[in-house]
Design a binder for this molecule. Structure first.
Ligand SMILES: Nc1ncnc2c1ncn2[C@@H]1O[C@H](COP(=O)(O)OP(=O)(O)O)[C@@H](O)[C@H]1O
Ligand SMILES: [Mg+2]
Length: 255
């Protein structure tokens, strides 16, 4: 379980302190695909980066499976981070390394044995269907294929949690669908908890079980998408989810 409690995070800017997260609390259960949606600048990426402490909060707790990451030593934190994979909008692949070397990279950092690394890289490339590209370089791959490499690299250290920051925002709609199917498959097959930050409702509709809406550094809505949405606490929530309600209304009408 991921449980953030009362997270505050501010950045120093030339105009003084900017409060990017204002007392954010969130609970994400194991096995969920949890969406975080909101407009640009809402604080979504910052919140995601707090979950693996790439961004250290000013105050609050970051509990992953009952352990508060803020209290871990550097060594223990690095170890804990291996159970948390991450993928990015722009894939963040190393352009001077082959696909196999990109996937191997986190395993090298974790000082895995060479034989283990070779085995795991093969497994991960198989999962994302890119075995035949193992010796290619990122530049020769399409956007969708690059994101699949990103997924393979994130899976390499057998994570329990996968953090995704706008994973499909650089992709066309068809490729988006394909990547979302992969994420769904990974969630089902390996029970990996997925947190996906997005500004695209399609992503929420297609794969999420739960979703939080962010605005100005705060969570303004929290929906369980298995339940009908009956009321909104924010204009942005209403704006984003209205058409979902309309869809439900149509279904009711047909029945
Ligand atoms: N390192 C930083 N330094 C200063 N301001 C930052 C930094 N990171 C994020 N911010 C600011 O915090 C706000 C939230 O950013 P971010 O979490 O990236 O939002 P989102 O991902 O929802 O677009 C933005 O106004 C952004 O400019
Ligand atoms: Mg962002």
């Amino acid at each position: 379980m991921i449980e953030l409690k009362n997270i505050q995070k501010s950045f120093d800017t030339k105009d003084g302190k900017f409060q990017a997260l204002k007392d954010v609390s969130i609970k994400i259960q194991e096995g969920e695909i949890f969406g975080i949606i909101g407009f640009s600048g809402a604080g979504k990426s910052t919140l995601l980066r707090v979950m693996n402490l790439l961004e250290r909060p000013d105050s609050g707790e970051v509990n992953i499976n009952g352990k508060n990451l803020c209290f871990l030593s550097r060594k223990d934190l690095l170890k804990e981070r291996q159970s948390i994979g991450m993928i990015f909008q722009n894939f963040n692949l190393l352009s001077n390394k082959t696909i196999a070397e990109n996937v191997e990279f986190p395993l090298k950092l974790a000082r895995e044995k060479k034989s283990e690394r070779i085995k795991r890289v093969a497994e991960c490339l198989e999962i994302v269907g890119l075995t035949n590209k193992k010796d290619a370089y990122p530049v020769s791959l399409s956007g969708g294929q690059r994101q699949r490499v990103g997924i393979a690299r994130a899976l390499a250290s057998n994570p329990k949690i996968l953090l995704c920051d706008e994973p499909t925002s650089a992709l066309d709609p068809r490729t988006t669908e394909n990547i979302l199917e992969f994420l769904k498959k990974i969630n089902k097959q390996f029970g990996i908890t997925i947190v996906v930050v997005t500004h695209e409702m399609e992503v929420v509709e297609q794969i999420c079980n739960k979703v939080a809406v962010m605005e100005n550094g705060e969570i303004v809505e929290n929906f369980d998408l298995k339940e009908p949405i009956t009321e909104f606490h924010s204009e942005i929530g209403e704006y984003l989810f209205k058409h979902l309600l309309n869809l439900e209304a149509k279904v009711d009408y047909v029945i």
